[in-house]
Every structure is written in C-alpha cells, then in structure tokens.
Design a protein around this ligand. Structure first.
Ligand code: FAQ
Length: 321
C-alpha cells in the first residue's frame, strides 16, 4: 500500500528499490552478509531456521549420548564420543550464525528451555539398542547432510559457511553409522534382527525430518525465493529415498513400507503414506521422549550456571582492569 503523504510514498518506493536490489544480488549468487540491508522477513526466517537448527544439534546429542557408556568396544566409544562432541560444536557455530542477525543466544536458549522453540522431530524417539546408534548415524545423518549441503549454498553468508564445516563432519558421522549397520547386517541372526528392528523404528521419523509435504509447507516459497532453500522438502526426501533404499536392500535389510515400489517411468522409489499426524504430535511436544529431552537440557543448563557466572565475572574483571 502506498501512503498518503509524499514522504511515505518515497519511503515505500525506496523500500521497493532496496528489495529489488537485494533480490538482484541473490540472483547473481552473491552472499548476503550481516551488515547488509535485508528485508525484515528474510532476517526473521533465518533466525527461525538457524535457531531451530542449533537447538536440533544440541538436543540431538542426547539419544546417542545415552550409549557412550554402553558402546560395545573402546574404539566404538571413542568414535561415538567424538561424534556427540561434534554435535555440540555444530550447535555453537549455528548459535553464532544466528547471533549475527541480532538475536541473543540467551533469548534462543530461553525459548528452547521454555518449550517455545521447535527442534527436529527425530530426536524425540528413544535409542533402545546399539543398532539405533548405527541407524541414527547412517539414516538421520544422511538426511541431515542432504539438507545441509543445500544450505551450504544458501544466500546468507554466515549460515552457508557454517554449513560447509558442519557437512564435512556430518559425512564422518554418516560413515560411522553406516559401518555399524553393515557390521550388524553381516553379523549373527540376532544382530541382523536388532538392526532391522532399529530401521523399522527410525524409518518414518527420518522421512519426517525433511519437513511436511510441499503443499503443507508454508515457509518454503519465501525461502526458495530468497535462496535460503534451493530444494523443497519433498525434493530432498526423494533424493534420500532414491539413494538409501537400494543401499539398505543391498545389505539384505527391508524397508517397513508395504507400498514401497520402484517406478520405472520416473526412475524413483515411491512410498506409502508418511504418518503426518504423529509428526505434528511430536512437534507439539507429545512425542515419546520430548519431556525427557527437555528435562535433560534444563538440568544441563542449571549444571552449567556456575561456569557462565564465572565467565561473566572474569569478563567484568578484565573490563575493569
Ligand atoms: N521437526 O514450512 P516448513 C541434524 C516445522 S540437524 C520439527 O516446511 P521449513 C544433525 C517448521 O519449523 C536436523 N519441526 O518449514 C544431527 C515450521 O514451523 P514454524 C535439523 C519441523 O523451515 C544428526 C513448520 O513445521 N536440521 O539432524 C520439522 O521451510 C544426528 C512448517 O514446516 C535443520 O534444522 C521437523 N523435522 O522447512 C544431530 C536444518 N520440519 O517454524 C545429532 C535447517 C518442519 O513455521 C545427531 N532447517 N518443521 O513454526 C531446514 O532446512 C528447514 O527448517 C526444514 C523445515 C527443512 C527442517
């Protein structure tokens, strides 16, 4: 809407010109940097996505972290420790990237701990056996890599650069998971049954990770327009299926979907319905482990209070000196 006074018209015209110039930069493949002009909605979308992503990395330490003390060998324990530690580092990079947009880390953490912020649905399921650690690394990390490789090319510089480093580490995570799954799939009947059971339980939550179907994804159009997402939720989910289904079949493992079939015409694997009702229940906080995950994060935050206080006191002393 144009305003009634000349000043307002000028302001609106100026905004339009800024928006056009901003979109032209994105079309040229330029990165938008923190000090640059950006539409308020671009900033809001990035803060929403990056903070949710950071929370997912931090909460995502918990399901696998539960197996550090129970890993079947010292070697597996060391690898898992390194992986879980990496996830904490990813959370740090991402909170930093969000801070460049003017939001404070404390605000983001408060929103998470108050149950107001979203984080990935997939981390609200229990890790019942060692095979779950393998399946999270193989399937969940692979899903994350596909999404994050796309984001490594996104239009916002700090997010894109954080993704480059995170993706390199996630590739290692996927390999450790794949290695566990291959070992178990080639192991005793009991081990094969254990890994098949883990795939059966994690299959649907992993497919849901890519987000709701495109027709029910309100954020995708603006994210695509501004080069934050370059692929839709369904497009990425299809890339995942076309890669992972043949790999699991090659290991003699099955996919828990009676409708799964290969479509010769399109060259794609097609699946039956995804349990979207379950997805929205989990996102609303009613999943099997939501309460447990939040309780663990709140406890960790409380346990770290003295460290934050000591750091603040030290910083104050340095400033005063
Ligand atoms: N879980 O309009 P869309 C990892 C929400 S990192 C919960 O389609 P969008 C590493 C969405 O927020 C995994 N909520 O949303 C690791 C929105 O609500 P809002 C996390 C979800 O943003 C591995 C509403 O539904 N990765 O795994 C989910 O266009 C192993 C409507 O949805 C990232 O966060 C979900 N899965 O697309 C760590 C990557 N999906 O905010 C440890 C960055 C959607 O409007 C161990 N994020 N919702 O109230 C993204 O790429 C996007 O945000 C999507 C969702 C693709 C997740």
């Amino acid at each position: 809407m144009y305003g009634t006074t000349t000043g307002e018209i000028d302001e609106t015209q100026e905004e339009q010109e800024r928006l056009l110039a901003f979109e032209a930069r994105i079309a040229r493949g330029e990165k938008i940097e923190p000090g640059d002009w950006m539409p308020a909605e671009y900033r809001r979308q990035l803060i929403r996505m990056i903070s949710q992503h950071a929370h997912s990395e931090i909460v995502g330490q918990l399901p696998e972290g539960a197996w550090i003390t129970r890993a079947p060998s010292l070697r597996r324990k060391m690898i898992l420790l390194a992986k879980v530690q990496d996830e904490a580092g990813h959370g740090q990079y991402l909170y930093h990237a969000a801070e460049t947009l003017g939001v404070r880390r404390e605000e983001m953490l408060e929103a998470l701990l108050a149950g107001k912020a979203k984080y990935s649905n997939v981390f609200n399921y229990p890790t019942l056996t060692w095979a779950d650690v393998g399946v999270i690394g193989y399937l969940v990390d692979f899903a994350a890599i596909l999404n994050q490789t796309m984001l490594a090319r996104c239009s916002y510089g700090p997010y894109a650069r954080a993704m480059v480093r995170i993706c390199a580490e996630e590739n290692f995570h996927k390999k450790q998971g794949q290695d566990i799954v291959i070992r178990l799939a080639q192991g005793t009947p009991c081990q094969r049954a254990m890994v098949q059971d883990a795939i059966n339980r994690w299959w649907q939550p992993t497919l849901m990770m890519f987000g709701p179907p495109d027709h029910d994804s309100p954020n995708t159009p603006i994210l695509k327009r501004w080069g934050i997402k370059t692929k839709t939720n369904d497009e990425l989910r299809q890339v995942f299926l076309d890669t992972i289904v043949p790999e699991l079949h090659a290991l003699g493992l099955t996919i828990p979907d009676p409708d799964l079939r290969y479509d010769e015409g399109s060259g794609h694997w097609l699946i039956g319905p995804i349990h979207w009702d379950e997805f929205w229940r989990v996102v609303r906080g009613e999943g099997p482990c939501n309460k447990e995950r939040m309780a663990a994060r709140i406890q960790a935050h409380e346990d770290g209070r003295w460290v934050r206080q000591a750091l603040a006191a030290y910083a104050q002393k340095q400033t005063a000196a």
